[in-house]
Write a protein that binds this ligand. Structure first.
Ligand SMILES: *[C@@H]1O[C@H](CO)[C@@H](O)[C@H](O)[C@H]1NC(C)=O
Ligand SMILES: *[C@@H]1O[C@H](CO)[C@@H](O)[C@H](O)[C@H]1NC(C)=O
Ligand SMILES: *[C@@H]1O[C@H](CO)[C@@H](O)[C@H](O)[C@H]1NC(C)=O
Ligand SMILES: *[C@@H]1O[C@H](CO)[C@@H](O)[C@H](O)[C@H]1NC(C)=O
Ligand SMILES: *[C@@H]1O[C@H](CO)[C@@H](O)[C@H](O)[C@H]1NC(C)=O
Ligand SMILES: *[C@@H]1O[C@H](CO)[C@@H](O)[C@H](O)[C@H]1NC(C)=O
Length: 451
């Protein structure tokens, strides 16, 4: 008897030591009475792909952040951070659900007077029985346990991305909720606060312009994928052929977003904004190397950088002189200046604007479609109607089908000068550029005929 109780105490002591030292409790759910404490508990997805807990990016500082990382790979890779710009400077942080049904991160400094560091904001939709869970795709979600629809999320981390998107995540706008999900890089490798390298969908308030995906460095445009044409992004033809990833762009009355999926679900991949190198990179985990491999990145070549060439010119990376005025009907704005610097103007101005009979269009293919900031779109018009639309407005410069699938559909027109055009070897999309009828030499040769 004596030796048995001695043994029992011994086991308990050993177990205690073991638990205190090295073992974190792992939980799968957070309910209102639960606490996820720093140095003690993590939340794990059912099959163990992702983990939510506290971390320190730079071990020489005390800064603690609440974040999500992959649980099943050996290099800690954080994909989401709650308190990006508000680190907790000790290990007093804890996460819980408060009385109004929000997920709240507290720090317990100042003699146990807890301070709110970060909080969700879903007070409008309060749950009877709030339940927080980390899904297998890395999405941290809150739902109502009483709700039979387990996908009716009251809040989800995918709506508030940091610097990373993963398969199945939407980047872009939920128009009904007025939400725009955008990425911003970490400020530096050890500071998850927002850097100035950002990526997202840009949509005009009027929603008349064609939405586009833009990477910015500070407030300046840095890289465009080119507008989606139903098959791919006109500036990223390689994505259309991607053997491993499927890229999507959804544009309807309710949502405008980009999303990618991976064809083989066992492959781990992410897209991340890198402030240091100023690229957006697609990374894949290579288990045999225990390392991330850069599958692709943009911008990747000189002509990818926004606006390398001036207005109405195209950037062709294989040419000695990378910038060239758009085919045939444009010339450098200033003879002394280099084309790349000054941009281009029409050989002959549109003298007869307003006289519909006299202006013409030439079809140019193999281009990355111009910046769509000053555009107008109608997804149900055909090309003939689109031409008429463009002719009816003197500042309309060019038009194309917004969707090139099949015989093409939709109408996208540009106003004013055309910017950030790239010349590729091949691309199915034709851009119809307005020229003056006084270009008589070429008039008949290039006359457009849609029939
Ligand atoms: C941690 O932060 C609290 C509140 O911001 C502050 O009062 C305290 O001095 C800080 N502690 C250290 C070690 O920096
Ligand atoms: C929560 O959302 C409401 C409505 O969108 C807003 O008015 C409020 O300022 C938000 N609160 C916080 C803490 O973000
Ligand atoms: C950015 O790129 C550099 C160089 O490739 C790399 O060392 C660093 O880890 C990257 N940062 C992120 C946040 O991926
Ligand atoms: C202009 O272009 C010419 C020919 O390509 C080149 O030699 C020259 O250095 C350029 N000038 C400037 C100011 O970039
Ligand atoms: C778009 O085009 C269709 C077909 O021509 C037309 O019926 C519709 O009114 C247009 N929509 C807008 C907003 O102009
Ligand atoms: C031509 O289009 C521009 C840009 O959308 C607009 O501001 C202008 O009012 C239009 N002009 C006519 C005559 O419709």
């Amino acid at each position: 008897m004596g030796s048995f109780s001695f043994l029992a105490i011994f086991v308990v002591v050993i177990l205690r030591l073991f638990l205190c030292r090295t073992t974190f409790a792992v939980v799968y759910y957070i309910r209102p009475s639960d606490f996820l404490r720093d140095n003690n508990t993590t939340l794990v997805s059912r099959e163990g792909r992702f983990e939510l807990g506290f971390f320190t990016p730079n071990t020489s500082s005390n800064n603690r952040y609440l974040g999500i990382w992959y649980k099943n790979i050996s290099v800690q890779t954080v994909v989401w951070v709650a308190n990006r710009c508000k680190p907790i400077n000790d290990s007093s942080g804890f996460l819980t659900i408060n009385n109004s049904g929000n997920l709240v991160l507290f720090s317990g400094q100042d003699n146990n007077k807890n301070k709110v560091v970060w909080s969700t904001n879903s007070s409008s939709k309060q749950a009877m029985k709030p339940l927080v869970q980390l899904l297998e795709n890395g999405n941290l979600v809150m739902r109502d346990e009483n709700d039979e629809n387990t996908e009716n999320y009251l809040w989800e981390s995918f709506d508030h991305p940091t610097d990373t998107i993963m398969p199945g995540m939407k980047l872009g706008c939920d128009l009904k909720r007025g939400l725009n999900r955008r990425l911003s890089s970490w400020k530096s490798w050890d500071d998850p606060c927002n850097g100035d390298f950002t990526f997202g969908i840009e949509l005009d308030e009027s929603q008349d312009t064609y939405p586009q995906l833009i990477t910015r460095k500070g407030s300046s445009k840095f890289y465009r994928t080119g507008p989606w044409n139903g098959i791919g992004f006109s500036g990223s033809p390689s994505l259309t052929m991607d053997p491993l990833l499927k890229h999507m762009f959804v544009y309807n009355d309710f949502e405008v977003y980009y999303m990618y999926n991976i064809k083989d679900n066992s492959v781990i991949s992410r897209i991340v904004m890198n402030q240091t190198t100023s690229v957006r990179e697609i990374m894949m985990w290579i288990e045999s190397d225990r390392a991330w491999w850069r599958y692709g990145s943009v911008p990747s070549e000189k002509c990818d950088k926004y606006g390398i060439c001036g207005a109405n010119s195209e950037c062709v990376v294989t040419n000695n002189q990378v910038c060239q005025c758009l085919k045939g009907f444009f010339k450098p704005k200033s003879e002394e200046e280099n084309r790349s610097e000054g941009g281009c103007v029409r050989n002959k101005p549109l003298l007869s604007c307003g006289d519909r009979v006299k202006d013409e269009f030439i079809r140019v293919s193999g281009l990355k479609m111009p910046d769509t900031q000053y555009t107008w779109v109608n997804k149900s018009m055909n090309l003939e109607e689109c031409r008429a639309k463009c002719l009816s407005n003197c500042s309309c410069m060019a038009y194309t089908n917004s969707d090139i699938r099949g015989n093409g559909s939709g109408c996208l027109v540009w106003f004013g000068d055309l910017y950030d055009i790239q010349g590729f070897q091949s691309s199915g999309q034709g851009l119809y550029i307005r020229i003056s009828a006084s270009e008589t030499d070429n008039y008949e040769k290039t006359r457009t005929n849609h029939k």
